[in-house]
Design a protein around this ligand. Structure first.
Ligand code: NAI
Length: 333
């Protein structure tokens, strides 16, 4: 039996994680889920948002499925998501963006992958007040991390039949930091002559994504641009309820949706669990459970060819009813 850490998080986290656990159970893959706390529930229980016990559990098992955790805006504790990724060196954030046939969205056939560096950039959390009324946030970019994420993106592309990598930057303005990122990526690109490589300035890339997303294949980003473009990309295919993700390091991997804790709909049984379920699919494939992952994705794709929808997609189905439908499709698929 495989041990996997389950961090349900807060807000809609527990609802959508329970849904993912039920759908994964329907495949018959035997998993011992090890509950662990992070963020606000961890503060309530242990007085700290990032307990050592949670980190130890993920280190021991090497794998976790995670729900979203809230971060106070403009005050309070620093993001535990950022802290978790940095502490466990989960340097690569992978977010495949692929629409479902049957979901009405502006574009047909979007199929791109966002790769995002997960450990540095403006997310270093290095901020200070210089004098009252003036603050500084430090953007850290290193050759080492830029080279590492570029290798990840090119290796991923080569092993997943992808054809082109587009590096996203603002090196016309941030000549040193984004300049170093680009220089590092270009050096890696030279080693993959079979893959096409180009570059786009982030503002133009944003416009190009909403004009013609099909021109993109793998988008390689620093931390901040990758975070923003992920949500933009989710909007192209029907919204945040659909976009899965993985945080991958050398020793551990933590699978989680791109969306947050959605406090506006939490506790109402109306969240769409597709993104977390698809994160579970990525996790199963990462573990070599290819057939189980394919069965769940097949069930979701079959479901979306039908008429029923959750609230975010204009329907009336609640999270638990949606989950029942998917469980049944997985069991009978
Ligand atoms: P959010 O992603 O939680 O919500 C944005 C909008 O999308 C809301 O209208 C929400 O209802 C909707 N939405 C999100 N997921 C949905 C789902 N599964 N089904 C249906 N609708 C869904 O972003 P927001 O409001 O900016 O952040 C809320 C909190 O989440 C903040 O405290 C933020 O720090 C945290 N957050 C945590 C993340 C994580 O744990 N990885 C990632 C992003 C945000």
């Amino acid at each position: 039996m495989r041990k996997i850490v389950l961090i349900k998080g807060d807000g809609i986290g527990p609802e959508v994680c329970d849904a993912a656990v039920r759908v994964i159970a329907a495949t018959g893959v035997e998993i011992e889920w090890i509950d662990a706390l992070l963020g606000i529930p961890a503060i309530k229980e242990y007085g700290t948002p990032l307990p050592d016990g949670t980190l130890d559990k993920v280190r021991e098992t090497g794998i976790a499925l995670k729900g979203p955790t809230s971060t106070p805006v403009g005050e309070g504790h620093a993001s535990v998501n950022v802290a978790l990724r940095k502490t466990l060196d989960l340097y690569a954030n992978l977010r495949p963006v692929r629409g479902f046939d049957g979901i009405k969205s502006r574009f047909e056939g979007v199929d791109l992958v966002i790769v995002r560096e997960n450990t540095e950039d403006l997310y270093s959390g290095l901020e200070h007040e210089v004098v009252p009324g003036v603050v500084e946030s430090l953007k850290i970019i290193t050759e080492k991390a830029s080279t590492r994420i570029a290798r990840f993106a090119f290796d991923y592309a080569a092993s997943h039949g992808r054809k082109k990598i587009t590096a996203i930057h603002k090196a016309n303005i941030m000549k040193l930091s984004d300049g170093l990122f680009l220089k590092s990526v270009r050096a890696v690109a030279k080693k993959y002559p079979d893959l096409a490589y180009d570059e786009k300035i982030v503002d133009n890339a944003s416009m190009q994504m909403v004009l013609n997303p099909s021109q993109f294949d793998v988008m390689l980003n620093e931390n901040l641009y990758g975070d923003i473009l992920s949500d933009l990309a989710a909007g192209l295919v029907g919204g945040l309820g659909l976009l899965p993700g993985a945080n991958i390091g050398e020793d551990c991997a933590v699978f989680e949706a791109a969306h947050g804790s959605a406090p506006d709909i939490a506790g109402k049984d109306i969240a769409n669990p597709t993104a977390v379920i698809m994160s579970g699919v990525m996790m199963l494939r990462h573990l070599g459970e290819i057939e189980a992952g394919d069965r769940i994705e097949g069930a979701l794709r079959a479901f979306y060819r039908g008429p029923e929808r959750t609230g975010d997609l204009g329907g009336k189905l609640g999270c638990s009813e949606f989950t029942k439908r998917i469980v049944s499709l997985v069991e009978n698929g």
